[in-house]
Write a protein that binds this ligand. Structure first.
Ligand code: AMP
Ligand code: MG
Length: 487
């Protein structure tokens, strides 16, 4: 028992009690010479893990998949998914769930190694990941967490000492991902497609117990499950829109049931406001553009509802009707979340009819003048209306007067309004050129200091501190930024 305390591992493995077809038990594939690159101290501590141990040879061996910690029962999860609209059998092809760590507060977290070798779901893939993309996931997921947006977290990145081959030879790495769970819309699609009705019920009950215990006793808990998942996604995607986050690959296997953002592949933050913005090189049709995200989330939720149909009602027609009704409510809910968030971004506390047009008119001007999304709201927050071209237009001057008049229609003081704006408009986001700069120093020169500084300023995006100012400047390069999948 002292052993357990020293290291801090406290695993439970509830997923292994599910039907055998839901997963494959297997260990990560050992690597030749693991080296710790970065470890998340606050996260480790909140999980009850001993940071010194994780930094030691024994701890790094676990983070690299060379040692299985006491109490873990590693497995790869089966799931399916619609990838850009096409339904496929998928599963953890390069990840292994070590187990569920029970934190000192009694919360349950999946501890997953990503890039840990081939599994029975790898198809043609090598089961591995490269250092750059794993550090990228670390930076952006931690930035999202600091922004207050539900997300999987990053505990550590280790290099494997082995090369992997993409377009070129790259250093191999493993990310330790921490999640409320890895249950996805695609997990339900997998069981709905290939499992039995009883297995679907087992999966739904497991999900309810794990994520929505408050609905367990509801008259029809599966109706409630559908609605709860819709609510979390309507909130999540509104949060993404409000900070200009573009996920980039909203396939149904990349949408969690817990409502956490997952799978930081080709994601990036929007610079100038334009709903058509896409960064992913493979998203040629703009399916997952900024402006399409709310719609695509609705599409994915419809796939989730379809998977649940046998549980919603014995009569298929009635099940479909119910599912459609809930999905149509998603649209309204998403929009009201977005509107509420936009009001906060403009320092507005109460609701007035004119708010919608006030917001839309600002966004329209921002689009026309290619104004930077984050920096426009940052400047309005700071009341520093000089260095953005849009602010010099007469159109904007008129809008600004309208906005100030609108603020007078509430009881709250000017300073409360500013405070609300400061807490709702990040002073900094992980700017694409800053992320690239940090990754280049790390991967090309083995210099992690650039990334560490970036992580530090991103850890409190609403601080408006002096050291953040330089991180708000835009890239000088005019080449459009591109991101890549499957790296
Ligand atoms: P993603 O694009 O990361 O959502 O991954 C889609 C699917 O491809 C998942 O089933 C992954 O496990 C699998 N996959 C991605 N990269 C690899 C790889 N290098 N080796 C094996 N499977 C992979
Ligand atoms: Mg994925």
């Amino acid at each position: 028992m002292t052993h357990k305390k020293e290291k801090g591992w406290n695993f439970d493995n509830s997923y292994t009690s599910l039907p055998k077809s839901f997963f494959s038990s297997l260990n990560p594939t050992p690597v030749s010479s693991p080296k710790l690159i970065i470890i998340n101290h606050p996260l480790a501590t909140s999980l009850g893990l001993n940071v010194k141990y994780l930094q030691s040879e024994d701890g790094v061996a676990v983070l690299a998949g060379n040692e299985i910690p006491e109490g873990a029962s590693p497995l790869a999860q089966a799931y399916a998914g619609h990838q850009f609209g096409h339904f496929n059998m998928l599963g953890d092809g390069r990840a292994v769930l070590l187990g569920e760590q029970i934190s000192p507060q009694g919360e349950r977290f999946d501890i997953q190694l990503k890039g840990s070798g081939r599994t029975s779901y790898s198809r043609g893939g090598d089961g591995r990941a490269a250092l750059g993309p794993m550090l990228r996931e670390y930076i952006i997921s931690e930035a999202m967490h600091a922004l207050g947006i539900p997300t999987t977290r990053s505990l550590a990145v280790v290099t494997t000492g082995e090369s992997i081959f993409r377009d070129t030879e790259l250093p191999g790495a493993i990310l330790t991902r921490v999640a409320a769970s890895h249950l996805r819309v695609g997990t339900f699609q997998y069981v709905a497609q290939w499992g039995t009705a009883e297995e679907l019920r087992i999966l739904a009950d497991y999900t309810i117990k794990r994520h929505y215990p408050e609905i367990e006793a509801d008259e029809n808990r599966y109706h409630s499950l559908l609605w709860e998942v819709i609510k979390r996604q309507a909130e999540l995607v509104a949060n993404w829109q409000l900070v200009g986050f573009i996920h980039g690959v909203m396939n149904t296997d990349n949408m969690t049931i817990s409502g956490e953002t997952i799978d930081y592949g080709p994601c990036a933050f929007m610079d100038n406001y334009d709903p058509a913005t896409v960064f992913s090189s493979i998203d040629v049709q703009g399916r997952y553009s900024y402006g399409n995200q709310p719609y695509m989330a609705g599409w994915n939720l419809a796939r989730f509802a379809e998977s649940l149909l046998p549980l919603l009602d014995d009569n298929m027609e009635q099940a479909v009707e119910l599912a459609q009704k809930k999905i149509s409510e998603y649209n309204k809910l998403f929009y009201s979340n977005l509107l509420a968030g936009m009001r906060k971004k403009l320092g507005i506390f109460n609701e007035e009819k004119e708010d919608e047009s006030l917001i839309n008119d600002l966004l329209k001007m921002m689009k026309e003048h290619r104004a930077d999304y984050t920096n426009t709201f940052r400047a309005l927050t700071l009341d520093k209306l000089d260095d953005i071209a849009l602010f010099g237009t007469s159109e904007f001057t008129k809008w600004h007067e309208r906005w100030l008049k609108r603020l007078e229609k509430q009881q709250e003081s000017k300073s409360s309004s500013r405070e609300l704006m400061q807490n709702s408009n990040p002073a900094i986001i992980p700017r694409n050129h800053r992320v690239e700069e940090a990754l280049e120093a790390a991967v090309e020169q083995g210099d992690y200091s650039v990334m560490e500084r970036l992580l530090k300023v991103l850890s409190n995006p609403y601080a408006y501190s002096a050291e953040q100012a330089e991180y708000s400047t835009l890239a000088t390069s005019t080449t459009p930024y591109q991101t890549f999948c499957g790296t």
